[in-house]
Design a protein around this ligand. Structure first.
Ligand code: GLN
Length: 286
């Protein structure tokens, strides 16, 4: 892309606006999702009403959104929202865009929750970002008592807004990993999708619109995972679980961290692309 695309002429129809977007090299599906979002209509409606003229303000808003997307901004930021585990979450550049990969972690948590020896399990999501993991768990397991932490006040504001809009009772605490909660607080289930991309990873430039703090701890990418595992034992109820999302090539390293810290029943789960994506273990006892 060199320079901004020419805005479309006024009085475009739906079909003309979509054709214009494609001429700006915008992906067809992205263009449909963006226009559908602005019109509050689904893709089916766009196809059935493609001769409908767009109000000038709408055409302009569409052109602006296309321009941001063509410049590489994630569609979720342009739309201001993203679906995660059946919930519509507001997102902003203060938070990582929730990934479908992370639904693997939530699904594992939802399987474990009914097996825990308590009717009101205490769950913590460390580094919650948009609140995705904590909110999905609170939504699907209403008897859980869920707390979500983040180092970033801006991220916590996004997560809080999501909890309010969805009417989900999640508590929030600001701070770095375990420093966000009292030293004697214990949980039955600890969940985290921490930054895990290595500092020199070739993919980082492509993710430049997302907060670096949420993507990489620098170094070999394992720094945050190490801190979370090392600090977990005094915060786990006997028989409680720690489940961690990690990079596709970090499963062995995370399993070793868990084993060395004294965890049992260590397992790895694959994401929708069949890559090893989450590793967890059970704290002994009960
Ligand atoms: N899954 C994200 C990516 O590879 C990274 C998320 C993270 O570091 N926690 O794009």
């Amino acid at each position: 892309m060199t320079g901004a695309p020419e805005p479309p002429a006024a009085a475009l129809t739906v079909a003309q606006a979509l054709a214009w977007a494609q001429a700006q090299s915008l992906d067809r599906l992205d263009a449909q999702l963006l226009l559908g979002h602005l019109l509050q209509q689904g893709r089916g409606w766009l196809i059935a009403h493609d001769d409908q003229p767009l109000p000038a303000a709408m055409a302009l808003a569409f052109a602006e959104g296309c321009q941001r997307r063509v410049a590489g901004e994630p569609l979720a930021y342009v739309l201001g929202e993203r679906e995660f585990h059946g919930l519509t979450l507001q997102v902003s550049p203060a938070v990582l865009v929730p990934r479908p990969d992370t639904e693997t972690l939530v699904d594992w948590a939802l399987e474990l929750l009914p097996t825990l020896a308590t009717a009101r399990p205490r769950v913590i999501d460390l580094g919650t970002g948009s609140g995705a993991i904590a909110l999905a768990v609170a939504h699907r397991h209403p008897t859980a008592s869920v707390i979500a932490t983040d180092l970033s006040p801006d991220a916590l504001a996004v997560a809080r807004t999501n909890a309010q809009r969805l009417g989900l009772p999640v508590a929030f605490a600001e701070g770095a990993w375990w420093a966000a909660v009292p030293a004697d607080a214990r949980y039955h289930l600890v969940l985290s999708n921490p930054p895990y991309i290595a500092g020199d990873d070739a993919h980082l430039p492509a993710l430049r619109h997302e907060p670096l703090l949420a993507l990489t701890p620098g170094g070999d990418g394992l720094g945050a995972l190490r801190v979370i595992v090392a600090g977990a034992p005094p915060h786990l109820a006997p028989g409680g679980w720690l489940l961690l999302e990690h990079g596709w090539d970090q499963a062995d390293a995370v399993a070793t961290l868990l084993r060395d810290a004294g965890f049992e029943q260590i397992n790895t789960r694959r994401d929708i692309a069949q890559r090893p994506r989450c590793t967890g273990g059970r704290w002994p006892g009960a």
